[in-house]
Design a protein around this ligand. Structure first.
Ligand code: MN
Length: 271
């Protein structure tokens, strides 16, 4: 129990770090789906090995490529739920934020897995530095069409109406949305889909934070920020692919990026 500073105390209610191993991991944008068995295998190994050694795991949105409701029990969801449950029961606290792809992740999922459902815009603290956690889509303020869509789809009534439909009907709507989203993205400039610097500074100022951690843009980088009189930091998480991922780690006041690779004996998907 050496080397603790007050900033290392559990920053978020309900997330108690495992004693003796005050390490926090951040991941996002895994986009898991049944069509990507290699990515699922990568994530399951990550949970069983790497994440199990950490005190906290933050998943900052888009763990799943699509989520049509916590009642969807088609593979691979039961297996992923079970693996997250093993992780949290083993003593690693897991904070789960919804992304734009899995915004319907709900309380039932969190009850079953022991994950803590985080609000998009969660304020925490590391080494005495106020740190804001976001998925990141709110930062892409140049994408006006998307933000309008986001407001509509996050309307509680719209969400409830969707969840009242049958699983088959929800699946059809979600598939249609994924196709349209892919087409819309192809027609947008890459700048429109990146974080807007004014939005970044605005959210940090609103929360009195100087560090921002987010995903969504798939542009992993450590950005230094000039925030008026002071300076700040924006840490962008990487997306995961079938062949590898990345985890941002915090331990003893140090931030690092670590590659996540398939285990050597892991069967690879064909192609
Ligand atoms: Mn996203």
């Amino acid at each position: 129990m050496t080397g603790y500073s007050p900033g290392d105390r559990p920053p978020v209610k309900g997330l108690d770090p495992r004693p003796g191993s005050p390490e926090t991991l951040f991941i996002s944008d895994l986009h898991l789906s049944a069509e990507r068995p290699a990515a699922i295998a990568l994530f399951l190994d990550f949970l069983a090995e790497r994440a199990a050694r950490a005190s906290r795991l933050y998943i900052l949105g888009d763990l799943f490529d699509v989520w049509i409701g916590d009642d969807d029990d088609t593979p691979p969801y039961p297996e992923i739920r079970a693996a997250l449950g093993r992780l949290t029961r083993g003593g690693t606290a897991c904070g789960l934020m919804r992304g734009n792809r899995d915004l319907l992740l709900g309380r039932a999922f969190c009850r079953e897995t022991g994950c803590d459902l985080l609000r998009d815009l969660t304020l925490t603290e590391f080494d005495g530095v106020k740190t804001l956690l976001m998925h990141g889509d709110l930062l892409c303020t140049d994408d006006v069409d998307y933000l309008r869509f986001r407001r509509w789809v996050r309307n509680p009534l719209v969400m409830r109406l969707f969840l009242w439909r049958s699983l088959a009907s929800r699946r059809a709507i979600a598939d249609d949305y994924r196709r349209k989203s892919r087409a819309a993205k192809a027609g947008k400039s890459s700048q429109i889909m990146d974080a807007n610097p004014v939005a970044v500074a605005g959210y940090l100022a609103r929360f009195g934070a100087t560090r921002l951690i987010h995903g969504h843009t798939h542009r992993p980088a450590d950005h230094a920020l000039a925030l008026g009189e002071t300076s700040g930091q924006r840490l962008v998480l990487a997306e995961w692919t079938d062949t590898g991922g990345e985890v941002l780690t915090h331990r003893d006041g140090t931030w690092q990026r670590e590659a996540v690779r398939p285990l050597p004996d892991q069967p690879r998907s064909a192609g």
